[in-house]
Each structure stands twice: as structure tokens, then as C-alpha cells.
Design a protein around this ligand. Structure first.
Ligand SMILES: [Zn+2]
Length: 62
């Protein structure tokens, strides 16, 4: 499921327009449903994880 949860660098991802699965930026077809990804623009992966990490670091979320 998780590609590289602890990868130091954030890979660019292509989100499948059909099923929403995240595929590697160089993927031509979705790993989930096989839809063509050639028209999908790669995006840098989720800033939300960073947010969660920051919240953990500061520990004042709740
Ligand atoms: Zn898909």
C-alpha cells in the first residue's frame, strides 16, 4: 500500500483521475485501474503529512 512512507525526499505523484490512486510521476498507466496517465500532471506529494509532523513536533495540537 504505502510506497515509501519514510522516504526522505518527496516523490512526485500522479493521482489517477479515475480511481484516485497515487502513481509514480513516470507511470504511464494507473496501477490501480489501468487508466492512462499521460495527461495527468505530476504533483508533489501531500503537504498534509508535513503538517501532521509539525503538529507532532510541537505537540500542542490537542
Ligand atoms: Zn486508477
Amino acid at each position: 500500500m504505502d510506497v515509501n512512507a519514510e522516504a526522505p525526499k518527496m516523490p512526485q505523484l500522479k493521482d489517477c483521475p479515475k480511481c484516485g490512486r497515487s502513481n509514480m510521476s513516470d507511470a504511464r498507466y494507473c496501477e490501480g485501474c489501468g487508466a492512462s496517465l499521460k495527461d495527468v500532471v505530476p504533483q508533489t506529494a501531500t503537504p498534509e503529512k508535513k503538517k501532521g509532523l509539525l503538529a507532532k513536533l510541537f505537540g500542542r495540537e490537542s
